[in-house]
Design a protein around this ligand. Structure first.
Ligand SMILES: Nc1ncnc2c1ncn2[C@@H]1O[C@H](COP(=O)(O)OP(=O)(O)OP(=O)(O)O)[C@@H](O)[C@H]1O
Length: 338
């Protein structure tokens, strides 16, 4: 039995259908990340699981119980939002224990659960502080703590790091990875459009586009074998180059587009090259540089160099790629062809 099952879920607002026939199995203890471009339906799907949005068609099971009409508070779910909205006049400990005191949990038990959550989140030294005396990252951890004390079966995160600055995002991302390790039986679903978060945290990624599931797989399955060019370009940064057959030096696949990741193009001679292009722009990022080029046929592509490059803008450069790193997509359906 899966921890959570979505069967043919639709969502309709008025006359607009925003989720189409979404089916998904999530196992107990799995960390699942929903990713996809803005407006693809990540939050809507999460809110339907939480019970904050109605389900227009299809069935949601948590364990073996149908949940479509069960109120949010009875689903065994806790949710952490992007904005953490702590009670400003309450201490960290009171913020974390608030939902338990509403539920009339005995004081001693509240104290124990708050202390245990604070330990996991390294908030023990701050339990008596007010939220205003905490950093943004610490406040977000209190919001997570508030959810942990409820001991949910399923933990939902809606872009919990998106209000934090770059450095805090990295450290809080690590906290979430630790949290996952310390709660191995708790199922977690996490929404983000940050694909580094998706790649580093997920056991399983669900890529959504326009309210449909494009692919479900482990981070490396999606990176190595994207089911279509959309997933190929969405997972991986900088994004995968897509060449038409006329853009390449070899023309074996007239009805295919070829995807090659910027990190998989290597310098070659004109004879050994699979693709050639004129250098238009270089970004030096310290650890590596990105070169932006254009083929004679007008196709723009990106190449990742592992150290600074000294080629002049306007120069023609040649590249090869290992056969195993070529992704073939049907030029009409954009589906992977093997
Ligand atoms: N209350 C609503 N009424 C009508 N349409 C809505 C409503 N809420 C969301 N939508 C639409 O549903 C679609 C999915 O929205 P959703 O917020 O789930 O996307 P998202 O992937 O979470 O986007 P983002 O990454 O920008 O947060 C969008 O087209 C949005 O405009």
């Amino acid at each position: 039995m899966s921890a959570l099952t979505l069967q043919n879920i639709d969502k309709v607002y008025g006359k607009t259908q925003v989720m189409h026939d979404v089916s998904l199995d999530i196992e107990q203890g799995e960390f699942v990340v929903f990713v996809g471009p803005s407006g693809c339906g990540k939050s809507t799907l999460l809110r339907m699981i939480a019970g904050l949005e109605s389900i227009s068609a299809g069935t949601l099971f948590i364990g073996d119980k149908k949940m479509n009409n069960v109120p949010a508070s009875k689903r065994g779910i806790a949710m952490v939002f992007q904005s953490y909205a702590l009670y400003p006049h309450m201490s960290v400990a009171d913020n974390m224990g608030f939902s338990l005191s509403i539920a009339k949990t005995p004081k001693q038990e509240i104290k124990q659960r708050v202390a245990a959550a604070a330990e996991i989140l390294q908030l023990t030294p701050y339990l008596n502080r007010l939220p205003k005396a905490l950093s943004g990252g610490q406040r977000q951890r209190v919001a997570i703590g508030r959810a942990i004390v409820r001991e949910p079966d399923v933990f939902l995160f809606d872009e919990p790091l998106s209000n934090l600055d770059a450095e805090l995002r990295v450290s809080t991302r690590r906290e979430i990875a630790n949290l996952k390790a310390s709660m191995p039986d708790t199922t977690m679903i996490y929404v983000t459009h940050d694909q580094v978060e998706a790649m580093t945290l997920a056991d399983k990624i669900v890529v959504l586009r326009d309210g449909r599931v494009e692919q479900v797989g482990t981070p490396l399955e999606l990176y190595d074998r994207p089911r279509n060019s959309f997933v190929g370009q969405f997972i991986g940064s900088p994004k995968m180059n897509i060449f038409g057959s006329g853009d390449l030096a070899v023309q074996n696949w007239p009805h295919h587009n070829t995807g090659i990741r910027p990190e998989h193009l290597e310098p070659a001679t004109p004879k050994t090259a699979i693709v050639s292009g004129t250098l238009e722009f270089v970004e030096k990022l310290g650890e590596y540089s990105l070169a932006y080029l254009r083929t004679a046929t007008g196709c723009e592509f990106t190449v990742k160099f592992d150290r600074s490059i000294n080629h002049a803008i306007g120069k023609e450069l040649h590249f090869k790629a290992d056969h195993n790193n070529l992704h073939q997509f049907d030029s009409k359906t954009m589906l992977r062809v093997d």
